[in-house]
Every structure is written in structure tokens, then in C-alpha cells.
Write a protein of this length. Structure first.
Length: 338
């Protein structure tokens, strides 16, 4: 049976504040831990009013402190903006505070529009082609195994501890899969982005994985997808309308400053073209009753040949969102397995 986790982008819901969104995320991870979800990741996005945070490492610290068992991590840190050394220091500290529970997901994307990227990289020369070397540097820092001759060979990323966070490379393209296979890291594909070629990218990673003596001996891949579950198909469809309108705005360059309510989404005057875009987006979603969602997730796991899925559920009503995760957990018998 596949393992299930949570990807939370911590939206600011219409009619509520960023602080309320962060408190809802805290309640969600506590519910997810109780329900038996394996891990809880938070993303990195910049200058988006609809998202309540931009520093995953800070939120990871808070969420890990609010729980005791579930793995907590970044999905992910957009590494080209930052020093590999500083990222290693941050996540070694998190691992020291919560040993065996921290994941370090790394990505190459900017996580925002060009203006925020310019601000993040102000007075810096950034070459995204150095990303693989940055990943290798982080591995060396986390395991105190910098190669001989490296300019920072003897540099400690404190604190010195016996364990290290799990490293995952994130991607929505074949290039990230190639890098993850070459470096011997775990690989997570953002299936919910709707980018074509995900099955092929994951297959490439699994087929070309080269083990890294400091990391996993075998390839490990998972996907992140959007799933919304309710007792009836009609209710699941109703709840999903908020994300329909949210992602339509992102796709058409008219971002909303919040996750809209179901009523706002129902009242929106969609054009025929916009309705077609919504239907296209829906093809990449898993929406329905517990049995329908279970079937859809198992179908995705088989198509991608993965044994783990992170579920992203942008639902405006916080209780309905927790209920969605609860219904999925019940469908997979997760409580019984604990």
C-alpha cells in the first residue's frame, strides 16, 4: 500500500487573515499526525498575497514543535537564491531539534515573479547551472564529508550532530529527474502542476539512479497531487470550486489575493474559454468520494511507479479540509495500520 503525506501551501482564505491561515496549518498538521500521514511539507513562494508565508524553514520549525511524530519538511527550498552553507546550517539545526523528523526538499525554480527573484538575488551573481554543485555541497555539509580539495573542506555547518535530514530534489521536468538520478538523491515530482511528461521523468529517475554512499542506496520517488474528498461526489465538486478559480487566476495571470470561498467561485462569471481551462486543470485533480479518491490515487501511483504521494487540498473551509484528509485516511485504512 502507498504511503500518504500532506503538501500545504498555507493559503490565506477569503475573509480570513494570514495569521489565521498559519493557525489552520498548525491544526492541519496535528490532525494529519493523528490520522497517520507520513510527512507534511510546506512550499516556498514569494510576494503572493494568497499565501501566508515565504520562509519554509521558519514554518517547519514551528510545525515540528507543534507535533511529535510526523516528518516535517520543505517542499522546497529554492536553492539558487541561497548559500548552500546557510541552508545546511538551518536544516542541521532543525534536525538537532527534531532528530529523524526533518526533510530538506530542494528546487531550482524561482518561487515567484521576476521582481521578487531580483530582490532575493540582489548584489549576487546567480548561475542556476551551479544547482547540482550546490546540492552536492549541502550533502557534504550535512554529513561532514566535503571532498578533499574543496575550498570549504574543513568548514563545519553547525551544529555537529549524528543524523541528517532526508534530501529530496523537487521537479516538474525531466531535468530535475536527471540531476536527482545522477546525484543519488530522492526525487519528488510536482504532478499537480499539470506539466506533461511526469511519468517519463520519474521513470528516467528510477532507471538511471546512481547510489550515493552518503544517502539512499536505492531510488525513492514520490509525487505531489491535488486531491479533494467528501462524503458525496456533489460535495467534493462544490469544495473544489475554490481551487478551480484560484488556479485559473494563476494560469491567466490574474492572481487572486486569497483562496476564494465556494460562493465567490460559484458567482464568478466564467467565459467559455475559462471553463475549458478549468476542465483542463480538473483532469490533473483527484476529486470525489473516498472510494473515488482512493482509486484515483492508486491509479496515479501505478502510472508513476511510486509508493508515496503527498496530497495538496486547497479547501476554503478549514473543517472541510481536515475532513477531506480524514476520509482519505479512512479509505486507505491508515489508522488501523498504526
Amino acid at each position: 500500500m502507498i504511503k500518504l503525506g500532506v503538501l500545504d501551501q498555507v493559503y490565506v482564505s477569503e475573509g480570513r487573515t494570514a495569521r489565521e491561515g498559519l493557525l489552520e496549518s498548525t491544526r492541519l498538521i496535528q490532525a494529519a499526525e493523528e490520522l497517520g500521514y507520513s510527512r507534511f511539507w510546506v512550499s516556498e513562494h514569494h510576494a503572493m498575497r494568497a499565501i501566508a508565508f515565504s520562509s519554509p524553514e521558519v514554518l517547519v520549525a514551528h510545525l515540528a514543535a507543534a507535533t511529535s511524530r510526523i516528518r516535517v519538511g520543505s517542499g522546497g527550498i529554492m536553492l539558487p537564491h541561497y548559500s548552500a552553507y546557510k541552508v545546511a546550517e538551518n536544516f542541521r539545526l532543525l534536525e538537532a531539534l527534531h532528530p529523524g523528523r526533518i526533510d530538506l526538499g530542494l528546487g531550482r525554480a524561482p518561487g515567484g515573479m521576476p521582481l521578487s527573484t531580483r530582490a532575493l538575488q540582489q548584489d549576487k551573481y546567480v548561475d542556476v547551472n551551479r544547482y547540482p554543485q550546490q546540492v552536492l555541497d549541502i550533502i557534504g555539509y550535512l554529513h561532514e564529508s566535503m571532498p578533499a580539495g574543496h575550498p570549504f573542506e574543513k568548514l563545519l555547518a553547525s551544529p555537529s550532530i549524528p543524523t541528517a535530514p532526508e534530501i529530496w530534489l523537487l521537479g516538474s521536468s525531466g531535468e530535475s529527474a536527471r540531476i536527482a538520478a545522477l546525484l543519488g538523491t530522492s526525487y519528488a515530482f510536482a504532478e499537480f502542476f499539470g506539466t506533461p511528461g511526469g511519468e517519463e521523468a520519474t521513470k528516467y529517475y528510477l532507471d538511471h539512479f546512481e547510489s550515493n554512499q552518503l544517502l539512499e542506496e536505492h531510488p525513492r520517488a514520490m509525487i505531489a497531487t491535488l486531491a479533494i474528498c467528501a462524503e458525496t461526489e456533489e460535495e467534493a465538486d462544490r469544495l473544489a470550486r475554490s481551487s478551480d478559480l484560484l488556479f485559473l487566476g494563476i494560469r491567466t495571470g490574474r492572481e487572486l489575493p486569497f483562496l476564494p470561498s465556494v460562493q465567490t467561485a460559484a458567482d464568478y462569471p466564467y467565459t467559455e474559454t475559462e471553463l475549458q481551462l478549468v476542465q483542463q486543470n480538473r483532469q490533473r485533480r483527484v476529486i470525489g468520494t473516498p472510494d473515488q479518491v482512493k482509486e484515483g490515487l492508486l491509479r496515479l501511483a501505478e502510472a508513476y511507479n511510486v509508493s508515496e504521494i503527498l496530497i495538496n487540498s486547497p479547501i476554503h473551509d478549514p473543517q472541510a479540509r481536515i475532513r477531506s484528509y480524514e476520509l482519505i485516511a479512512e479509505a486507505f485504512g491508515m489508522k488501523e495500520k498504526r
